[in-house]
Design a protein around this ligand. Sequence first.
Ligand SMILES: [Fe+2]
Ligand SMILES: [Fe+2]
Length: 255
Amino acid sequence: MSDRRASADEAWQTEVPRYWCADDAFETRFLEAMSLIAPEVERFVIGAVHDSLSRAAAEASAVVCAAFIREEGEHSRLHHGFNRRLAAQGVDARAALAPVRRAADFARRWLPRGGRLAAAAACEHLSALLSLSYLRAGRRSAIRSDRTARLFQRHARDELNHRAVVFDLLRNTGGGGWAARTSALAAVSVVGVICVLRVVDVLVRHDAPDRRLATWWRGARRLLAPGRWISPPALLGGWLMYLRPGFHPAQFPGA
Ligand SMILES: [Fe+2]
Ligand SMILES: [Fe+2]
């Protein structure tokens, strides 16, 4: 391990309290689940973009896509550093992420290049939705680690800023018809919800194997409480926007 990586890991271990969000185990674990999943999604999205760049029609997007790939790679690097905290706590991240990896492997194996890119564009729309929710959440002020708050804030801003890159590449390469992109969003959303629930559940069981249901019940109510983390009407509104025939991510609000 390099000295730089070792000192970054040590900073994450020593500077960040175990339950760094409002001293609350569930809220902390929910955000940590997002951090665990992020590099897996980024690997899939980077691969789909990379595979499509070889097409002549993608030339117009080449420079912006190269910057996009670098930015997503940097997100993954930073989140891997943060996520190693969880390994040090005894969390089996590999087991938690097994369904996410299975879903990504399935898509890589069975979807054609255009289908993978439509799925990647859907992932980016969901990332933008979650990023906007995060940046608007009043509960961000309860994060008790500046280092962690900076990591999540930077990632959310970047996701909103580059929200159109994959969508534009999809259109430039002849994909992005209404049926293809909306069915991709539906499929990615179902798989995404299952994967998030699974990863949060692994973390909850790690903390409180005997109080799993009670932890879920109380925690989910806190996540959904007004002004906390998730606003179902806002998420649904942003999700439905993608179904409009003339939708473009520029119509989605920025940071
Ligand atoms: Fe990212
Ligand atoms: Fe992204």
